[in-house]
Ligand binder design. Sequence first.
Ligand SMILES: Nc1ncnc2c1ncn2[C@@H]1O[C@H](COP(=O)(O)OP(=O)(O)OP(=O)(O)O)[C@@H](O)[C@H]1O
Ligand SMILES: [Mg+2]
Length: 233
Amino acid sequence: MSDFSIVEAQGIRKVFPNMSAPVLDGVSLTVDSGDIVALMGPSGSGKSTLMNILGCLDGPSDGSYSLGGKDVSTLSSRERAWVRLHYIGFVFQSFHLISDHTVLENVTLPLYYAGVDRHEREARAVELIERVGLGHRLNHRPAQLSGGEKQRVAIARAVSGAPRVLLADEPTGALDTKTGNAVMELLLEIHEARALTLIIVTHDPEVAEFCHRKVFLRDGKIVPRGGRHAANA
Ligand SMILES: Nc1ncnc2c1ncn2[C@@H]1O[C@H](COP(=O)(O)OP(=O)(O)OP(=O)(O)O)[C@@H](O)[C@H]1O
Ligand SMILES: [Mg+2]
């Protein structure tokens, strides 16, 4: 693990139109490069909203956010897309694979957007698909895969662009315990092999045990475990 902060969020607020209370109300979070953080908290506490901001899918209403030392809190949506392509991988509870694409096509897609030529993107994608144990499923479509297999494809896709930060929003939420643990082990192996920073939203204490550090959100604020008051993060 290295000791520089890759994620530095300060006083993040998020207010959605037509909502009186902010969904995130002054969240400050610093994550060191190579760290593994579990983000926990009740349903509706703002975990996915925070992940979307950390992953540059959305911008904060207020506060500052720097990623890899670059201020990304005020970027346009087009600039955020560029940052996502080069810095971020995302894994979702419901996989978000493209249903009419094969496994190989799903994993090569981010490389296509990143402008990698066809030969190289296929070679890189095949290597990753083999890495996640699905070399025999290259031409399958998502509907032909089990939940655990889909998530392994989603993980291969998420890391195909060699991101610095991998954000996983309840990656085991749709899986049984055994499959979920296998997916966690895969995430940890990839973390180790690629020196990634990993932030994982989970409700599952077993999954959180895999992580170096736990951060709790409640009502849009970071709190000490189970507590009601904002803490320094
Ligand atoms: N685009 C949006 N517009 C309006 N409100 C939103 C939007 N996205 C989220 N919210 C609201 O923000 C609050 C937090 O939602 P969020 O999805 O971040 O919670 P969560 O902690 O991820 O919950 P869960 O554990 O159920 O996934 C909820 O009350 C939700 O309704
Ligand atoms: Mg959520």
